[in-house]
Design a protein around this ligand. Structure first.
Ligand SMILES: *Cc1c(COP(=O)(O)O)cnc(C)c1O
Length: 374
């Protein structure tokens, strides 16, 4: 049996008639950039995330960059985030001219450890940027309380968390501003690059809207030094169609996750858990095991593609030596980086495929040398 890590083709086949018609409609209208579909998508996505304002842009990274700038963050400022994330979280802070200050993640959900934040706050700290890693919410209540106590902004990196909820509240609705990615492999994916920021603060939305399009309110009148970060009309039209399916797709992901968890009980493989009261959307289904690399090779030989998110924490990346990180600085992140293994998970994955993947992983775990991640 072949189990690809991702299968974007079967989802496209299911929606082909509708998507093709929408794309042709945009082409016919020549609304190639922004336009009515992007505006309508912004309204629909703001409602989906429980916010009032959405600014659609050309990537999740652009959304993070504009969110920081719209919060007034720049050179001389510090932003607290985590080393165990996709590198874009940290890159965007440097794009804004600010300094990323990393704090370790907590061991259960691998999201920002609130107990580590206060020691990292300095007079230069302006914001905290938690990441809802893999689609599981960061522990927002203590993070928001610390931010309030110290007068800091909170910017959610929700690039992996479309539809996730923390204690009943949608990811994206809790911070001052929150950022999503519509990279094709994300839970809500465009057919190209895309992203958005959402906020309840009209001033943040207004600044971000100016910055995404050269700082113009009126043509050729530049109020701010801006960027070309606009969303394509075609992506807006596609995302509107796909957003209508997102709840059902998320339920399918959650069902596959529950099936994996049941199938891996007693295997010695550590499965992801969900904080009571929260809703994990399983952008990534990351198990943990000590013999990760061996398991990965065995799965590959059996036709199962897997991923590793992420093998090197940001503070140990060659490109981020400037942050002054060294092995041992963030032990939870470093330990996780050596153990995590992402199994295929997507709405179109069949129950038979889940059983097959779990069976191969189980056999290997039992046959192994007794070292497990549990
Ligand atoms: C995907 C992702 C981003 C960046 O989004 P792009 O659309 O690829 O620019 C940022 N942060 C996290 C956590 C991501 O997973």
């Amino acid at each position: 049996m072949k189990v690809p890590y991702l299968d974007l083709a079967s989802q496209y086949r299911a929606l082909k008639t509708e998507i093709d018609a929408a794309v042709l409609r945009v082409l016919g209208s020549t609304q190639f950039i922004l336009g009515p579909d992007v505006t309508a998508f912004e309204q629909e996505f703001a409602a989906f995330t429980g916010t009032s304002e959405c600014v659609a842009v050309n990537s999740g990274t652009s959304a993070l960059h504009l969110a920081l700038l719209a919060c007034g963050i720049g050179p001389g400022d510090e932003v607290i985030t985590v080393p165990f994330t996709f590198v874009a979280t940290v890159s965007a802070i440097e794009y804004a001219g600010a300094r990323p200050v990393l704090v370790d993640v907590e061991p259960e959900y691998l999201t920002m450890d609130p107990a580590k934040i206060e020691a990292a706050i300095t007079p230069r700290t302006k914001a905290i940027m938690p990441v809802h890693l893999f689609g599981h919410p960061a522990d927002m209540n203590p993070i928001l309380a610390i931010a309030r106590r110290h007068g800091l902004r909170v910017i959610e990196d929700a690039a992996q968390a479309h539809g996730a909820t923390y204690q009943g509240q949608p990811c994206g609705s809790m911070g001052d501003v929150s950022c999503f990615s519509f990279y094709p492999g994300k839970n809500l994916g465009a057919y190209g690059e895309g992203g958005a920021l959402v906020t309840a603060d009209p001033a943040i939305a207004h600044t971000a809207r100016l910055l995404r399009s050269w700082g113009e309110e009126r043509r050729y009148e530049h109020l701010l030094k801006g960027f070309n970060y606009r969303m394509d009309g075609i992506q807006g039209a596609i995302l509107r169609i796909k957003l209508r399916h997102l709840q059902a797709w998320t339920e399918a992901r959650r069902a596959r996750a529950a099936q994996y968890v049941a199938a891996l009980v007693g295997s010695g493989v550590r499965v992801p858990t969900e904080r009571p009261g929260d809703r994990h959307v399983y952008h990534v289904f990351a198990v943990r095991l000590a013999d990760r690399d061996t398991a990965r090779v065995r799965l590959e030989a059996a036709g199962v593609q897997t991923g590793v998110h992420y093998p090197i924490p940001v503070h140990l990346q060659p490109a981020y030596r400037n942050l002054g990180g060294a092995p041992g600085d963030f032990p939870v992140a470093e330990h996780a980086a050596g153990e995590v293994l992402s199994l295929p998970i997507y709405p179109e994955l069949t129950p038979e495929q889940v059983d097959y993947v779990a069976a191969i992983l189980r056999d290997g775990a039992v046959r192994g040398d007794g070292r497990t991640g549990a």
